[in-house]
Design a protein. Structure first.
Length: 657
């Protein structure tokens, strides 16, 4: 059940991001929309069709989705209602790419749609509130999302009692409750949705997905009979449409049913059918979830070599592995698989990767908690200062009022003289404050300089000690642990020799703690995994909540000479550092591709840009070092920059040195 909940988390993450119901007769639906966009129809009809097509393609073809979105906006300029709808679909486009942009678009949509009083406007507002909650889920969790559904989305549509849209929102709320293990509550909302949809919309896609969600909910309760009942109803709806992409979701639910009933052999051909549909309709994430199910079943069947190959392919494909927690799970599973296969050397390699990534995630979690505490402290400190300043201001106001009352009878001359004295006093105070600030700044700079020198010395010594511990003692202890595990599996009985396994667990904990203390802060992914993985890790390093980095790698040769890989890596590192630190960008597109002996790098950001002649007007070594590395590889660099962002194109020779 624990494994099923892990898969449920992945599946629901996908379901919450999808949020689009396409009719089961999918081909006719898309053909009709494209016919409108290409035909002789009013701009309002073309705009609506373009927005729906943008939403349809947003998970499978981002370029085509963006094209239809732009077309919809252009055609909607003279229609305020369709323009208000546009902001919702703009949020949909950005939901998986830039959650901050998506949230802003949803809020704009809610505000503009609220001016119109009709059922379509209410439903789109409800969806926008729901989608806004989804965009904030990673920061705020599921409780605010449920609250948004109950207090914002559903009330907007409940007045339309038999609405298909109300049924859709009920089943989406049930999906969230299922993820949070609130199975009975989820069952109740699924029943509400079914009551509406079965009676009024018996052939709808909304009803089909409600059947699937009900089946999944019962699978996670290990109630296979109830799950099969709803799955059979879904099968009757989808069997007429063998070309629909929704078939992939049906086969995923059917896979869960077989797993629930422990029919592992029967599940494998079902998984293959699901994979067929995911490949046909470019449903990459769902495909990888099928593969992960396949891996787990092969492992249960003790077909370890096939299981290992399947999991390695999931790791290489990266749709699931891009999430660090998923990757950590894959590393651990590969270590265990290699132990089962008797390959202790490779098991140790994967165990080391797991430990290193686990240490990194633990460090990152500590940083996040520290940042939260620091933010709370800073907020409290600001509030205290504001309260103090307000008290001082009130006190000064009282003093000024008393002085004004006293000086009123002194005459105009005395008032002018006093005003002059006050003015001189203010200037004196300001000058004094400025001087104090300058002295404090000088003192702080001196302290920082001294502290930096001390810390630099300490860090060099810590790095040397950490390297010795990690490479020496850490490797030896990990090897001892693997050898003990292998020996004990064939010589000891887990029930009789519990004390030994307890000691083995303590050894494992000691190895993890040693790695935690002595992990190497200098990344070695370039040496261990090659250029593509190293650049991907570099992008993940720079990723943060207000910055999106889209990295695309095309045909990069893993056999490139190490010195060439190193120079390319340093070039990309400098480009990313400039975009993040100087351009203040919130979105970066990085593309690296190889064509024969030529290696191409393109980086595009939406930052503030920079002066093209900066290399002649600054002493910074960054751009100079970048050009030196490009010249070293007999390359050329083109820079285009303005206040809308920067585009840099670099062409290198892999035999340039």
């Amino acid at each position: 059940m624990k494994r099923l909940l892990v898969l449920l988390s992945l599946f629901l993450s996908f379901a919450l991001q999808s949020q689009q119901i396409i009719p089961l007769d999918e081909k006719s639906y898309i053909d009709s929309l494209q016919s409108v966009t290409n035909g002789n129809y009013p701009d309002t009809s073309k705009a609506t069709a373009s927005l729906l097509l943008s939403n349809y393609y947003r998970n499978s073809d981002s370029v085509l989705s963006k094209k239809y979105l732009s077309s919809g906006k252009r055609l909607a300029q003279n229609n305020p209602f369709i323009l208000a709808k546009y902001y919702y679909y703009e949020g949909q486009y950005y939901l998986d790419r830039n959650k901050e942009k998506a949230a802003a678009s949803y809020q704009q949509s809610i505000w503009t749609l609220s001016k119109f009083k009709n059922e379509e406007s209410d439903f789109l507002q409800a969806l926008a509130w729901y989608s806004y909650g989804v965009s904030q889920k990673d920061k705020e969790g599921y409780i605010p999302l449920v609250k948004t559904m109950l207090e914002k989305s559903i009330p907007l549509v409940e007045k339309y009692e038999n609405s298909k849209n109300l049924g859709f929102l009920y089943t989406q709320l049930a999906v969230i409750l299922t993820y949070n293990a609130q199975f009975k509550k989820a069952e109740g909302y699924n029943e509400k949705a079914l009551k509406i949809l079965e009676k009024n919309y018996p052939n709808s896609a909304e009803l089909f997905f409600t059947y699937l969600n009900s089946a999944n909910n019962f699978c996670y309760q290990a109630n296979g009979d109830q799950a099969e009942k709803y799955l059979n109803k879904a099968e009757k709806l989808i069997r007429t449409y063998p070309e629909s992409s929704s078939n992939a979701f049906y086969y995923y639910s059917k896979t869960l049913l077989y797993i629930t009933r422990q029919k592992n052999e029967e599940a494998l051909p079902v998984i293959e059918k699901g994979i067929f549909y995911t490949k046909k309709y470019n449903q990459n994430l769902l495909a990888q979830m099928f593969y992960f199910n396949k891996y787990d079943i092969l492992k249960k069947l003790k077909r370890y070599k096939e299981a290992k190959t399947t999991l390695e392919n999931v790791l290489a494909e990266k749709s699931l592995a891009i999430d660090l927690n998923n990757r950590k799970t894959f590393y651990k599973q590969l270590s265990l698989l290699n132990e089962e296969l008797g390959d202790t050397k490779e098991a140790l390699v994967w165990e080391q990767k797991y430990s290193k990534l686990n240490d990194s995630l633990n460090t990152e979690n500590v940083k996040i908690e520290i940042n939260k505490l620091e933010s709370k402290f800073n907020t409290a400190e600001k509030e205290r200062k504001i309260a103090t300043l307000n008290a001082e201001k009130n006190q000064k106001d009282l003093e000024v009022n008393k002085k004004n009352s006293y000086l009123w009878g002194m005459g105009l001359v005395l008032l002018l003289a006093l005003s002059l004295l006050i003015f001189l006093f203010i200037i004196f105070r300001k000058n004094k404050k400025i001087n104090e600030q300058k002295l404090n700044e000088i003192k702080q700079k001196e302290e920082l300089s001294l502290t930096k020198a001390i810390l630099d010395g300490e860090e060099r010594e810590r790095e040397r000690i950490a390297r010795d511990l990690h490479d020496g003692l850490g490797g030896m202890l990990a090897g001892v642990k693997i050898n003990f595990s292998t020996w004990s599996s064939s010589h000891l009985n887990p029930e009789k020799d519990q004390e030994f396994y307890k000691i083995l667990g303590q050894l494992d904990s000691s190895v993890s703690e040693l790695r935690h203390v002595a992990r190497n802060l200098m990344p070695e992914s370039l040496l261990n995994f090659g250029l593509e993985t190293a650049i991907l890790d570099l992008c993940e390093f720079y990723n943060r909540k207000n910055l999106e980095i889209d990295f695309q790698a095309i045909d990069i040769d893993k056999a490139l000479p190490l010195n060439i890989q190193l120079n390319i890596y340093r070039i990309v590192q400098e480009l990313l550092a400039n975009a993040v630190k100087h351009a203040e960008a919130s979105s970066i597109l990085l593309q690296c591709s190889q064509s024969g002996e030529n290696f191409l790098i393109t980086i595009e950001d939406n930052g503030k840009g920079f002066d093209k002649n900066i290399e002649n007007t600054t002493k910074s070594m960054g751009l100079r070092n970048l050009k030196n590395r490009v010249n070293y590889l007999k390359g050329k660099m083109e820079i285009n920059s303005d206040d809308q962002g920067t585009v840099i194109n670099i062409e290198l020779s892999i035999h340039g040195e």
